[in-house]
Ligand binder design. Structure first.
Ligand code: GLA
Length: 735
C-alpha cells in the first residue's frame, strides 16, 4: 500500500519508493501539511502539528486562544479566515465576499488514477503503478466543495496533484484563483531554481537564495512562454548535481501560469503552482465543476540529477504517449533555415534527394507551402496547398519524397491567421479582439479564437483533409505570437475571464482530435522555438522544438537548462549552417553535431550547398547517430559541467545496463596555457571495466579520478585547439 491512512491520528502518509508526503486532518477540520521529504515509515506523524499562537498581530483561528493557523503549514489554504498568506484558492460568492472556509469532509483511496477531463495529465499503464487519494473539503456555508487528488507513482518516485471545485449551491460563484498545488515548508533555507530566458535563449538556469516576501514566476502571454517555464525547485543551499535536498514543482499546462514562493515573517516558505490568477476568473454555475491542471511534485535527496531523473523517467513513460513514446526518433531534415519561404517543388525534391543519400530518414516541409504564403504577411489560415509553388500538391510531393526513401512531415500553425487570407475574409470575427480597441498583430498574425469550439472544428476539418490526401508521418505544430487584446465575442462579459484558459483547452481539443485520428503521426510542438516547452505539450507531442536558436554554443545553455526537467528524447535539436543565422557564429560541423546528438537530432540547412567533404562528414554523423540514438534518447542523462558557471560544458548519457556511455565535452573559448585536466564522470558501474581513450578503466576510476580531457597534442598541431572545440568520448564495457 502506497497511501496509508492512520484513522486514529487522522494522518495520511503518501509513500513512493524513497519519499513520503504527509498531511493530517486537525480536530478543527483544517487540512494540515506535515511533511515532504525522505521516506518515513511511521504513520503517527500527528505530533508535527502543534496549535500555537503568539502575542502578535495575528488573529486566533476559530477564536481558539493561542491557535493561529497562519503559524502552521497548511495543505490548501484559503484567504480571509486568519491565514493571510497567499491563498491557493479564492472564490467570490454571490454576496460579494471572497472569504471561503474549507474543512475536511471525507476521503477515499484507490489504486490507479482518474483522467482529467480535457486536460493533459500523467497516466498509469495499469493500476500497479500506484494509488490515488482524494480528499473532499467542504465550505458548508457556501455549499462549495474542493476535491484534492494526490496520485503516487510508486516506482517513479513522483506525486501528482490536481484539484476540482464543485458548486453545490444554488448560486453562481466566481473562481478567482485555483492553484493546483500548494506546499508549505517550515524553513526558508533554500535556493529557488527557475528556468528563465527569452526567444532564442530559453530555459537558462537561474538560482537565487530565497528572500522575504513573494518571489513570483509567471506567464501572462497566453503560452507557458520563452521567458519563464512552469517549473520551480527549492534546493538546500548546499545542493549540487549529486547531493542535497531538492523539491521540484512542474505544471502540466501550456497557458498562463503562476509559480510563487512566499517567505513569511516566521521564515516559512509557501510554494505554489497553478493557472495564473491574473486576468482569470471562472463563473461556476450551480452543479458545475472546474478542474485545475495537474502539478507534478518531485523530491530528491540526491541533488538536481536525482530530481531530473525522476522527471525524465515519468515524462518519458507516463506523460508522453503514442507509438513514438518508446521509439527511436527519425533523423530529419527541415527546410526552414535552408530556404525560408523561397522554395518550389523542384528545390524541395533536390534537398530531399541529397538528404536521402546522406542517410536522413524524414523530410519536413516547414512554413510557406499553403495559401499565398510567400512571406509572413499572408496566407495563415488557408490550409490548402500553394499550387504555384507545389503544382502536384502535398499529396504529389509527399509521394515523391516517399519514393526517395524518406518519410514526409509538414509544418502547420493552426491557431493563427493573417488578415491577408481567404480564411480571414470568410471569418473576420473568429479572432480574439477587444471591441473598439486596436488589435495588434505579432509577426503580422492574429489569434484565432480557440475558446470557440466551432473554430477548432473548422480548422480540424481543413487539416484532416490535407493529412488524408497525403503521406504524412510527422507534424510540426507551431504558434508564433503572444496574446494581446484578448476578448472573445462568443462569451458574455461575465465569462471573459475564462477565455485564456478555454483557448488552451481548445488547443488541447485539436491535439486530441488529430492524435486520436492519426495515432501513427509523430507530433513536434513548437512556439517561436521554445515558448511552449512544457509538460502539457509533451502529452500530445513527445518532442518539442527546443529553440529557434540553432547555434551550437548557445544551445549548450538552452539544452543544459531544459534537461533539468525534460528528457533528451523531448528536445528537438538540429545541425544548421554557418555563419549561424541567429548569432552569425562559425562553429565546426563536428561541434554542431556533438551538441545536437543530445536530443532528437536532425539537420536544418541546404544540403545542396554542402561540399563533398562536408557530405562525407555528415554521412558519418548520421550513421553514428543511428548506431547510438537509443542510448542518447533513452539512456540516463547526467550533467557534469555547467555552461552557466564556466567556459566548459560537459554532460553524458549512460545506458540502462551501464555497459555503454557517451560523454560530450565542449569548450567554447580556447584558453591559454591551461593545466592538465580530468573530468570525473557519473552514473557508471564502479565495478565494470570500460574501454575509453585507448585505456581499460574501472567505473570507479572514471568517476573518481576522472576522464583525461586535456589534449597533449594541443600546441604542436591544431587538434584539440581553437574556439568552439568539442569532443565525444565513447565508453564501452571492456571484453
Ligand atoms: C517559427 C519556428 C521556426 C519556423 C518558423 C516558420 O519561428 O520556431 O522553426 O518553423 O516559425 O515561420
Amino acid at each position: 500500500m502506497a497511501i496509508i491512512y492512520n484513522e486514529d491520528k487522522k494522518v495520511f502518509n503518501i509513500k513512493s519508493k524513497n519519499t513520503s508526503y504527509a498531511l493530517m486532518v486537525a480536530d478543527t477540520g483544517h487540512l494540515i501539511h506535515l511533511y515532504w521529504g525522505r521516506k518515513l515509515e511511521s504513520n503517527k506523524l500527528d505530533y508535527i502539528f502543534k496549535k500555537y499562537g503568539k502575542g502578535s498581530f495575528l488573529a486566533d483561528t476559530d477564536n481558539i486562544d493561542n491557535f493561529s493557523i497562519e503559524l502552521n503549514t497548511v495543505e490548501y489554504p484559503t484567504y480571509g479566515h486568519t491565514d493571510l498568506r497567499s491563498p491557493a484558492i479564492e472564490i467570490k460568492l454571490a454576496n460579494g465576499t471572497t472569504l471561503t472556509d474549507f474543512r475536511y469532509e471525507n476521503h477515499s483511496i484507490f489504486r490507479g488514477k482518474k483522467e482529467l477531463r480535457g486536460l493533459p495529465a500523467t497516466y498509469m499503464e495499469n493500476d500497479i503503478d500506484g494509488e490515488t487519494l482524494e480528499i473532499t473539503l467542504v465550505d458548508k456555508l457556501a455549499e462549495l466543495r474542493i476535491v484534492l487528488s494526490y496520485t503516487v507513482f510508486e516506482e517513479y518516485d513522483a506525486i501528482t496533484r490536481s484539484c476540482r471545485v464543485i458548486n453545490n449551491s444554488n448560486n453562481n460563484v466566481e473562481i478567482l484563483r485555483v492553484l493546483s498545488a500548494n506546499v508549505d515548508f517550515n524553513s526558508n533555507e533554500f535556493d529557488l531554481i527557475q528556468l528563465s530566458g527569452a526567444w532564442a535563449r530559453e530555459r537558462h538556469m537561474v538560482r537565487t537564495p530565497l528572500r522575504s516576501g513573494n518571489q513570483l514566476i509567471e506567464s501572462r502571454r497566453g503560452a507557458s512562454s520563452h521567458d519563464q517555464n512552469p517549473f520551480i525547485a527549492l534546493a538546500s543551499h548546499d545542493a549540487n548535481e549529486e547531493y542535497g535536498d531538492v523539491y521540484g514543482l512542474n505544471l502540466i499546462y501550456s497557458g498562463n501560469f503562476l509559480a510563487n514562493v512566499e517567505v513569511d515573517m516566521y521564515n516559512n516558505s509557501r510554494a505554489q503552482i497553478g493557472i495564473n490568477p491574473f486576468d482569470f476568473s471562472w463563473l461556476l454555475e450551480p452543479n458545475e465543476e472546474f478542474e485545475a491542471p495537474e502539478a507534478v511534485l518531485v523530491y530528491s535527496s540526491n541533488g538536481l540529477t536525482g530530481m531530473s531523473h525522476i522527471f525524465h523517467d515519468l515524462y518519458r513513460k507516463r506523460l508522453c504517449r503514442g507509438v513514438y513514446r518508446d521509439k527511436e526518433r527519425p533523423i530529419l531534415i527541415n527546410n526552414w533555415e535552408a530556404t525560408y519561404f523561397n522554395f518550389n517543388g523542384e528545390k524541395i525534391k533536390s534537398i530531399a534527394k541529397d538528404a536521402a543519400d546522406l542517410g536522413i530518414e524524414l523530410f519536413v516541409l516547414d512554413d510557406g507551402w499553403f495559401g499565398h504564403r510567400n512571406d509572413d504577411t499572408q496566407g495563415l489560415g488557408d490550409w490548402f496547398v500553394n499550387i504555384d509553388k507545389l503544382p502536384h500538391g502535398i499529396s504529389g510531393l509527399s509521394k515523391k519524397i516517399h519514393d526517395l526513401g524518406l518519410k514526409f512531415g509538414l509544418w502547420i500553425e493552426p491557431e493563427m491567421v493573417n488578415k491577408d487570407s481567404l480564411f480571414y475574409q470568410e471569418h473576420p470575427h473568429w479572432t480574439l479582439e477587444t471591441p473598439q480597441r486596436k488589435s495588434c498583430h505579432g509577426r503580422n498574425q492574429y489569434i484565432l479564437d480557440f475558446s470557440n469550439p466551432e473554430v477548432v472544428e473548422e480548422i480540424a476539418e481543413a487539416l484532416c483533409k490535407i493529412i488524408d490526401d497525403s503521406y504524412i508521418s510527422y507534424i510540426k505544430w507551431d504558434m508564433n505570437r503572444c496574446m494581446s487584446e484578448v476578448y472573445s465575442s462568443i462569451h458574455d462579459h461575465q465569462s471573459q475571464g475564462k477565455v485564456m484558459h478555454k483557448y488552451i483547452l481548445g488547443v488541447y481539443r485539436l491535439y486530441t482530435i488529430l492524435t486520436e485520428k492519426y495515432p501513427d503521426i509523430l507530433f513536434e510542438s513548437c512556439a517561436s522555438g521554445g515558448a511552449r516547452f512544457d509538460p502539457g505539450m509533451l502529452y500530445y507531442a513527445p518532442q518539442c522544438w527546443t529553440s529557434d536558436d540553432t547555434d551550437a554554443i548557445e544551445r549548450l545553455k538552452i539544452q543544459y537548462g531544459t534537461s533539468l526537467v525534460y528528457p533528451l528524447s523531448s528536445m528537438g535539436s538540429h545541425v544548421s549552417a554557418i555563419p549561424n543565422h541567429q548569432t552569425f557564429r562559425n562553429t565546426p560541423l563536428e561541434t554542431r553535431a556533438n551538441v545536437a546528438y543530445f536530443g532528437t537530432f536532425g539537420y536544418e540547412l541546404d544540403v545542396n550547398q554542402l561540399t563533398f567533404e562536408e557530405k562525407e562528414i555528415i554521412k558519418k554523423q548520421i550513421s553514428f547517430m543511428k548506431q547510438y540514438r537509443s542510448l542518447f534518447q533513452f539512456g540516463t542523462f547526467y550533467r557534469l559541467k555547467s555552461p552557466f558557471t564556466s567556459n566548459e560544458t560537459a554532460w553524458m548519457v549512460v545506458s540502462y545496463d551501464k555497459t555503454q556511455a557517451i560523454v560530450g565535452y565542449y569548450r567554447p573559448l580556447q584558453e591559454v596555457n591551461v593545466g592538465y585536466r580530468r573530468l570525473p564522470l557519473l552514473g557508471l558501474d564502479e565495478d565494470k571495466m570500460y574501454h575509453v581513450n585507448g585505456l581499460d578503466l574501472y567505473g570507479d576510476e572514471l568517476m573518481n579520478v576522472g576522464l583525461i580531457i586535456s589534449d597533449s597534442s594541443c600546441g604542436e598541431n591544431k587538434d584539440g585547439c581553437g574556439d568552439y572545440y568539442s569532443k565525444l568520448y565513447i565508453l564501452k564495457e571492456a571484453e
